[in-house]
Design a protein around this ligand. Structure first.
Ligand code: SAH
Ligand code: AVI
Length: 643
């Protein structure tokens, strides 16, 4: 990945030892290790950078807002590290504003994702804070059972809970509570000193350098974390890395790391429950060993390599976002175009509906199901050819081309070609065009995420929108028209369309057309009327779409699917056959459609071609056939045409 410039903002000031500062410093190290340029500040001040990583959703809101305004192309990661997640989210408009403006959200343990409003969860990732074990551990005093509390003296940490619990222990208990942390809240220093004076089991050591704190932790038998709120405490990671088991207050921030059935948790503020756990850990070796083993099991989650990998992946995803653009074509069919086509088609004789309306969300889903049917061999035949010929095609291209695909659907087979082009030329630009946004956008996203050298401009619209865009694309260009989409046009329309395409391209540009070949009636009719009835559902879905979008009153049970091969014309026709005489109201059109029993609505033609018909097609469109590849069973042809 190319080096990025990244700004990390954290509300914790420079010399502060607060968790957010520690986290920001660790992340800066990781991101620099990944080769990026990183600067850390308390706020974003307009510096030039591509990515803003903002810790604390509420307090960093001004930075997030300013960055979004000044760098609309940039990406924002908002990390929810504690009180912002578990206290601010409900009430603070600023915290919510940060979530809305973020490209990605980072939480410190998986339960944090559940805390987010549902619409934002998809962009959230849990990244465990990592920690490394110090080389040496402090040696505890002989005969003691040292318990570490690592946390500043602040109300949210409930800082004296372990001290108070230790007072309740039996007279012969050897527990000694060692507390490290800066007295941040007023009065806490006096309170710590008073506690030491009265409680011989408690010792407050004040603020200590991190390294020393870790050595001390590593020499203790337990860590106690009594916090009221944590996003995911770094000290738990440190204890896990040091192999020191944890007793923690039962809050999501800790349960999310230790697991829901971890036996070492106690209710927030419950001194007696904590005392009971301490006593048990001290006196019951099997219990302490159980805690240790469970902590050992989650230790891999806090490995530095994993945190690094999570950040690399996150940046990769956002890089992908920058390489993807979705544009809506002016000719993108809308509801009024649908209404017009339905009104025209159902008042014509014989009745018909254009097949491009098959592809609403359900239609595209059903089409994908069709591609997996045993009877519908077309996609497998084309796939076989593309696998065999992709490298040859890529080698014919003088440079990385702009690849436009007409009616791209899920782009599944296209990926074979794109991979070969990327392999050969290092990068590529892909412009899928499809009327079905539900097929187009996820496919585009999947491709940019999988291929770092790929840039995608997804055009949500009609073929016409693709043609309009084509002249603006740099040379060389490759237009893909796969899956025998060409078969859904009349033969004369297909030739005319290719001729128009030729007119928009430049000499040397190419068109790859996938064409299903003529074959036996039984094979073809089974392909369009499969045993599982998926194609029937695909066909009937067109009526369901009229019901849903135009207030139609079609009863799908009153129609049946029919596919028949007209050998003379070389086309499979699909029809919806009315099972009875019926009148169907369509509210949005203000009309009723009358159907006789057995009357059909013609919904699709799929023309099949012979080799001669392919020659004729090329001749009629003024294009030269540069390559013609068939699959092993000669069911399908991939025809490379050159301008
Ligand atoms: N080429 C893909 C998809 C075939 S399904 C494959 O081989 O798997 C046909 C696709 O073309 C659908 O996704 C449909 O939405 C799209 N389509 C149909 N008519 C179209 C038109 N006029 N303009 C743009 N896309 C169209
Ligand atoms: C998209 N098109 C080429 C498919 C075809 O084979 O005509 C659509 C289809 N209709 C029924 N099954 C598949």
């Amino acid at each position: 990945m190319r080096p990025l410039s990244i700004s990390i903002v954290t509300p914790a000031p420079r010399r502060s030892r607060k968790g957010n500062r520690v986290t920001a410093l660790r992340w800066a190290g990781i991101l620099r290790g990944l080769g990026h340029r990183v600067r850390i500040g308390e706020e974003y001040r307009g510096e030039s950078c591509e990515i803003l990583v903002a810790l604390h959703a509420r307090r960093s809101f001004p930075s997030v807002k300013r960055f979004r305004e000044e760098r609309p192309d940039g990406s924002v990661v908002v990390a929810l590290t504690g009180t912002d997640l578990y206290q601010d989210l409900r009430g603070s408009a600023e915290a919510q504003g940060s979530l809305a403006l973020a490209s990605r959200l980072v939480v410190l343990q998986p339960l944090g994702i559940e805390e987010l409003p549902a619409p934002h969860r998809a962009k959230a990732r849990a990244i465990f804070q990592s920690a490394a074990c110090p080389r040496s551990a402090a040696t505890p005093c002989a005969g003691e059972f040292p318990v570490c509390v690592l946390g500043h003296l602040r109300a949210v940490k409930d800082p004296f809970r372990a001290a108070e619990a230790s007072r309740l222990l039996a007279a012969d208990s050897r527990v000694r509570v060692l507390h490290l942390g800066e007295a941040l809240d007023p009065g806490t220093e006096a309170r710590a000193r008073a506690e030491m004076a009265e409680n011989p089991r408690y010792q407050w050591l004040g603020a200590r350098p991190r390294r020393e704190a870790l050595r001390l932790l590593a020499g203790c038998r337990l860590l106690v974390l009594s916090s009221v709120v944590e996003g995911g405490a770094n000290v738990i990671s440190e204890a896990l890395a040091c192999g020191v088991p944890v007793l923690a207050s039962r809050i999501p921030g800790s349960v999310g790391i230790l697991g829901p059935d971890y036996p070492g948790t106690f209710p927030v503020g419950d001194t007696a429950a904590l005392a009971a756990l301490l006593a048990r850990a001290e006196t019951d070796p099997a219990f302490l060993e159980d805690l240790r083993r469970r902590c050992e099991a989650v230790r891999p989650m806090v490995a530095p390599a994993l945190e690094r990998e999570c950040w690399a992946r996150l940046l990769g995803e956002m890089g992908a976002e920058r390489r993807l653009r979705v544009v809506r074509g002016a000719a993108a069919p809308d509801r009024s175009a649908f209404a017009r086509d339905v009104a025209d088609g159902l008042s014509a004789s014989p009745k018909r509906l254009p097949c491009r309306w098959f592809y609403d969300e359900e239609g595209s889903r059903l089409f994908e199901e069709i591609t997996r049917l045993p009877e519908y061999e077309l996609p497998r035949a084309e796939r076989e050819i593309l696998l065999a010929r992709a490298a040859e095609l890529a080698a014919l291209l003088s440079a990385a081309p702009a690849v436009m695909e007409l009616g791209s659907g899920s782009s599944t087979k296209t990926e074979i070609l794109l991979e070969a082009i990327l392999h050969r030329h290092g990068r590529a630009r892909y412009l899928p065009v499809d009327v079905s946004e539900s097929a187009l956008v996820p496919a585009a996203r999947r491709l940019v995420e999988a291929h770092p050298g790929l840039e995608v401009v997804a055009i949500a619209g009609d073929y016409e929108d693709g043609l309009r865009r084509l002249p603006r694309e740099p040379l060389p260009r490759l237009v893909l028209w796969l899956g025998s989409n060409i078969g859904n046009l009349e033969r004369s329309e297909a030739a005319a369309f290719l001729a128009r395409l030729r007119g928009l391209l430049s000499p040397g540009d190419r068109i790859l057309v996938g064409i299903d070949l003529r074959k036996g009636r039984a094979v073809l009719e089974a392909a369009y009327d499969d045993a599982q009835g998926v194609t029937a559902r695909f066909n009937l879905n067109l009526l369901a779409r009229i019901d849903a979008e135009l207030g139609g009153h079609f009863d799908l049970r009153a129609f049946r699917h029919r596919a028949l091969y007209d050998e003379a014309r070389g086309r499979v026709e699909m029809h919806l056959v009315s099972r009875r005489a019926q009148r169907v109201r369509i509210d949005a059109l203000g009309t009723e459609v009358e159907l006789a029993e057995g009357e059909t609505i013609h919904t699709e033609n799929s023309y099949k071609y012979s080799p001669d018909e392919i020659d004729e097609l090329a001749r009629a469109s003024g294009l030269r056939i540069e390559r013609r590849w068939l699959d092993g069973d000669r069911r399908f042809a991939s025809v490379l045409l050159v301008v």
